[in-house]
Design a protein around this ligand. Structure first.
Ligand code: SF4
Length: 298
């Protein structure tokens, strides 16, 4: 066991992703893959069978970070949904972070509605008190018809309730939505329904991403068969505009600065809505260049 604990490197396995805002965080991989792993557009963890990593491996990575990552004061727990880890074990991980990385100010993780549902209100509060204070929730759409089609697994209403549960625990809620996921036909219905869901959830940050068709995923196959058509670039801009116009946040950011998007927008709402509209209109008129296809990435 000593050799694992004295390892001179992090034990990353497979494809690892994190939100753009966690670029400078200590990336601690505590699970492999995603416990849901059924969304039709997502190819991120298709190569991984979900499991929680061994405690000794996790501890080894924390100890490695304690030696070599002393200037990074945030931790991001990977992979897909570390919140699914049973409470006792997750508390143990957070306690080891506090013990060995005392300079860390915040721990964040991806979560899904299932993993949030599995924690009691009190458990979420305990996790927040141990440092887990930021939850990234992939909502994708507020349109139930689309949610069903993409195998998101839960309803818009459940999503709303889980978002509220996170906020009630005093955690920061970041919500991801997906432009293009409803296809061309339902684009604006999805935009409006998603804006309405975002308004009801009222997160502190909305990150809009744009679908990239990944070979091997069910959505890619639908597209190949002609059953799914992505909106074109103009259509995606109109979709984002419609979504923002229906999004009423009391005090939050709407951003489309993820690498998958054609047009980066980042505004504080409510006051930045007109600025976002103006920027999208300028792009629609061709006055602002869009990101070339080869530069887009998930
Ligand atoms: S989108 Fe999120 S919840 Fe869905 S399969 Fe991918 S990682 Fe899992």
């Amino acid at each position: 066991m000593d050799s694992i604990l004295e390892s001179e490197g992090m034990h990353y396995e497979g494809n690892c992703i994190r939100p753009p805002s966690e670029a400078y965080s200590i990336l601690l991989q505590v699970t492999l893959g995603c416990s849901h792993n059924q969304c039709t557009f997502c190819g991120t963890y298709k190569d991984k069978r979900f499991r929680i990593k061994d405690d000794q491996i996790i501890l080894s990575d924390i100890l490695f970070a304690s030696k070599y990552m002393r200037r990074q004061d945030r931790v991001f727990l990977m992979d897909g949904d570390a919140l699914i880890i049973p409470q006792k074990r997750l508390m143990w991980i957070l306690e080891r972070i506090k013990e060995h990385l005392p300079w860390v100010k915040r721990v964040g993780t991806y979560a899904n509605t299932k993993s949030i549902h599995m924690k009691s209100d009190q458990e979420l509060v305990e996790l927040r008190e141990r440092g887990l204070s930021k939850i990234y929730l992939g909502v994708e759409t507020g349109d139930d018809e689309v949610r069903k089609k993409i195998h998101k697994g839960t309803s818009t209403q459940h999503c709303l309730e889980m978002g509220k549960k996170v906020k009630d625990a005093g955690m920061e809620l970041v919500v991801m939505v997906l432009l293009g996921i409803a296809g061309k036909e339902r684009s604006l219905v999805h935009a409006r329904a998603t804006g309405e869901l975002l308004s009801a959830m009222d997160p502190s940050y909305v990150a809009a991403l744009t679908v990239i068709l990944i070979p091997g995923t069910p959505l890619w196959e639908e597209h190949e068969k002609g059953d799914f058509e992505m909106p074109d670039e103009q259509g995606l801009l109109l979709e984002m505009k419609e979504m923002i116009s229906h999004t009423h946040l009391s005090n939050g950011i709407f951003a489309s600065n993820h690498a998958s998007n054609y047009l980066p927008v980042k505004v504080h709402l409510p006051e930045g809505k007109q600025e976002a509209m103006d920027r999208i209109d300028a792009a629609l008129r061709g006055e602002i260049g869009l990101k070339p296809e080869w530069m887009r990435a998930f």
